[in-house]
Design a protein around this ligand. Structure first.
Ligand SMILES: Nc1ncnc2c1ncn2[C@@H]1O[C@H](COP(=O)(O)OP(=O)(O)OP(=O)(O)O)[C@@H](O)[C@H]1O
Ligand SMILES: [Mg+2]
Length: 604
């Protein structure tokens, strides 16, 4: 259907752009499409041929009847058998077509789905922090079902119906003259125009009903998710009333929706009835005149029934296709988003040679006058410069919110810095591929989030190709073994959504094990022991020190006792470095660090 011969084009604006977007994905199976289309044409030829057999049967019966000599009606067995065969072949061809084309649609959905998924991972952190993940997955879901719907109804409903209309109108014109053809054509046009018009009108009600439906759902889910909070405040009744209010909106919207559906269906039925009556009256008149046989009458009736039947769902199909097109466009809209952080053209790989027992680390880090802001109105990092020599341990301390974790995000290049340069092994990290950059850095983040999978798989995630022994060794090093031994399911224990079934300290140790397994040249610990008691902390610090030996490590810590042995300590305040030096030097300086140290000493 081209927009140019789309009836009622003024009122409705369907965006066919989306159709063009998926087209390239459909041509992976050219032969299949050709076969499916041949089946489609065969189905339609067969179904247009069917009324002709019916007509022959009726005419034969009719002739037998009028022939007084033959009291016995001779049943035209051959014709009846042909009728059955053609009916069967219609179904078979349609099934073959569906089977052949289904594959095309599914492959397109797979390709597009994967492409979007990859693209989402390529988009920057800021995009993901800003968008709701739930909303994203709904967009993908709706987009792919949109493709499915569009294909199903385009190929299996709209195109065949159009083909049939053209064939039937031509046949009527050739065999029975202009009037039959004209009535059919006009009534179908009228029917389509009315359906689209009425559907447009009722869209408002349908939308209101859907909205009410989803907001009552959201309300219920939100309430159940907050189960504990509801109980803490004994607000069950309040929640029930809020839910019922949403339900009653939904009920009202549904009533209007149903009434508008009644108007749509009623109008459609009226148009069909008028068209049928006109056609049959005309045909009856011709039969009476002797210009047509009884069989012709039956044939015309059969044609009309056959034509209007698939049009029954037109309102629904029209609305859904419109919705599908919008959803598909939305999905492709995601693909059109460009990541804010991108590899430069011909980006080189970051080279930092792997350590062996004799070699020295090459992984030095330099921040050179780096400034950064998440939002231009508020500077977070203000012209920071510092170096971490290869193989050394540097600590960053400072008030909460001073920008410590932000420095790490910049090191991973999750954001583009506003000015300055960050070097690793003398290579500007904005000039190398993000992939190579990130393979060389391992992090134990401030809040560790785990996959809803087993403990083993969560640790193995650090290096999916690692064998079981390596994973166990990492677990041992991270001081997790005794915890795992105490679990009834051991390594196979599921950690729950986002790892919520583990304590904070256990999660951190999983993160440490994971990073040990990744075996990177640069290690970052962002409050890696913040959730631990002093005893476990000591154990992990020993582990960390063992792993960090000869590697470059950046340790962010609130508890200064954990970083006194660092080669260099950087003290941050509101995005700036206010002091740096080793523990002794900083104490001697008698500044901010020394104050923090004394405060922590006295409180412990
Ligand atoms: N994605 C973001 N968008 C906007 N502002 C952010 C974003 N992430 C962090 N910030 C802000 O940047 C500032 C520095 O945050 P950062 O996480 O670097 O602090 P921090 O020094 O690690 O603090 P803490 O010790 O509490 O972990 C904070 O004020 C924070 O609100
Ligand atoms: Mg932080």
């Amino acid at each position: 259907m081209r927009p140019s011969n789309h009836p009622d084009q003024e009122v409705t604006t369907i965006n066919w752009q989306a159709f063009k977007l998926i087209l390239p994905y459909l041509f992976e199976f050219k032969k299949r499409i050709a076969l499916a289309m041949s089946c489609l044409i065969l189905t339609k030829i067969a179904s247009v041929y069917l009324p002709f057999i019916l007509k022959d049967i009726v005419d034969t019966l009719d002739k037998n009847n009028t022939n007084e000599a033959a009291a016995l009606v001779i049943v035209p067995l051959g014709l009846v058998a042909a009728y059955g065969l053609v009916r069967l072949s219609i179904v078979i061809f349609a099934e073959i077509r569906d089977t052949l084309f289904g594959r095309v649609t599914e492959r397109a959905i797979r390709r597009i789905g994967l492409k979007v998924f990859r693209h989402l991972h390529a988009l920057d952190l800021d995009f993901h922090l800003t968008r709701q993940t739930g909303g994203l997955s709904r967009d993908i879901d709706r987009g792919t079902s949109g493709i499915n719907f569009l294909m199903r109804f385009m190929v299996f409903n709209i195109v065949p119906t159009l083909l049939e209309i053209v064939m039937v109108v031509t046949i009527l014109f050739v065999n029975y003259g202009i009037w039959f053809a004209a009535i059919t054509l006009v009534s179908i046009m009228l029917y389509i125009a009315y359906s689209i018009f009425a559907t447009e009108l009722r869209t408002r009600y349908v939308r209101a009903a859907n909205k009410a439906d989803s907001s009552s759902n959201t309300r219920a889910i939100d309430s159940l998710l907050n189960y504990e909070t509801v109980k803490y405040f004994t607000n069950e009744e309040y929640e029930a009333q809020a839910y019922d209010k949403q339900l009653s909106t939904w009920e009202q919207a549904k009533i209007k929706n149903r009434l508008s559906l009644f108007a749509l269906n009623g109008g459609q039925a009226l148009i069909i009835a008028m068209a049928m009556t006109a056609m049959l009256a005309l045909a009856a008149h011709e039969v009476a005149k002797g210009e047509m046989t009884l069989g012709d009458f039956v044939l015309i009736n059969a044609f009309m029934m056959q034509l209007f039947m698939p049009l029954n769902f037109l309102g629904f199909v029209y609305r859904e296709i419109k919705g599908s097109l919008a959803n598909i466009e939305n999905l492709f809209g995601l693909l059109a988003k460009t990541p804010k952080v991108q590899d430069v053209h011909d980006a080189a790989e970051l080279t930092v040679h792997k350590l062996n027992d004799h070699s020295e680390s090459e992984a030095s880090i330099n921040f050179n006058n780096v400034s950064f802001a998440y939002n231009e109105k508020r500077a977070i990092i203000k012209g920071i410069s510092f170096s971490v020599n290869a193989g050394k341990k540097v600590a960053i301390v400072g008030q909460s919110g001073s920008g410590k974790s932000t420095l790490v995000k910049l090191l991973f290049r999750f954001y583009e810095i506003n000015s300055g340069t960050i070097f690793i092994n003398q290579q500007d990290i904005s000039q190398v591929t993000q992939h190579s950059l990130r393979t060389h850095i391992g992090i134990v983040p401030q809040d560790t989030v785990l996959f809803n999978d087993t403990l083993f798989n969560n640790v193995q995630y650090g290096c999916p190709t690692a064998n079981k022994d390596a994973v166990l060794k990492a677990i041992e090093l991270a001081n997790l073994s005794s915890f795992i031994e105490s679990l009834p399911d051991g390594l196979e224990t599921m950690v729950g959504e986002r790892g919520l079934k583990l304590s904070g300290g256990e999660k951190q140790r999983v993160a440490i094990a994971r990073t040990i397994l990744k075996n990177p040249q640069i290690l970052v610990f962002d409050e890696a022991t913040s959730s631990l008691d002093s005893e476990s902390e000591q154990a992990i610090l020993t582990a960390i020190n063992k792993v960090a030996k000869n590697r470059t490590s950046l340790v962010i810590a609130h508890r200064l006792s954990t970083i006194v042995d660092s080669d260099n300590i950087i003290v941050m305040n509101q995005g700036e470095i206010i002091e740096q030096g080793n523990h002794q030097q900083l104490l001697a300086l008698n500044g901010q660090y020394s104050k923090m140290w004394q405060l922590q000493q006295s409180s412990s």
